[in-house]
Design a protein around this ligand. Structure first.
Ligand SMILES: [Zn+2]
Length: 120
């Protein structure tokens, strides 16, 4: 892997609401909790839950287990267009990056060109 310091990025960011477009959870929606650009994976709230076993510790002598989200492939999630005029409104859409007149980068729906709202 190249060590040139160039940061990889995914088409989704932490805080985005995405729809799952492939796999078991297809059609479900959730908020992106974490992105893992190096692995091309994302963690989406409530999606791909797995049991995690907790180690016994002094604080937790009985151990136990809890459900946590496991990462899924970033290519399995898509952003949703919020533009009511868009033919893809409220459906998963492909996005592209563009630079706004203010000089900031933003992601726009490829169908209607309207920026996808960024929720922090
Ligand atoms: Zn759109």
């Amino acid at each position: 892997m190249g060590g040139n310091g160039k940061r990889k990025s995914l088409h989704v960011r932490q805080g985005d609401t995405v729809e799952i477009v492939a796999g078991n959870a297809r059609g479900a929606r959730g908020r992106v909790l974490r992105t893992m650009p190096d692995d091309n994976k994302v963690v989406v709230e409530g999606i791909n839950m797995v049991w995690k076993h907790l180690q016994r510790t002094r604080q937790n002598p009985r151990g136990g287990r809890m459900q946590v989200e496991a990462p899924i492939d970033a290519s399995n999630v898509m952003l949703i267009c919020a533009n009511r005029q868009c033919e893809k409104n409220d459906r998963p859409v492909r996005t592209r990056n563009e630079v706004s007149p203010e000089g900031t980068k933003r992601r726009v729906c490829v169908k209607c060109g309207v920026p996808v709202p960024r929720v922090e």
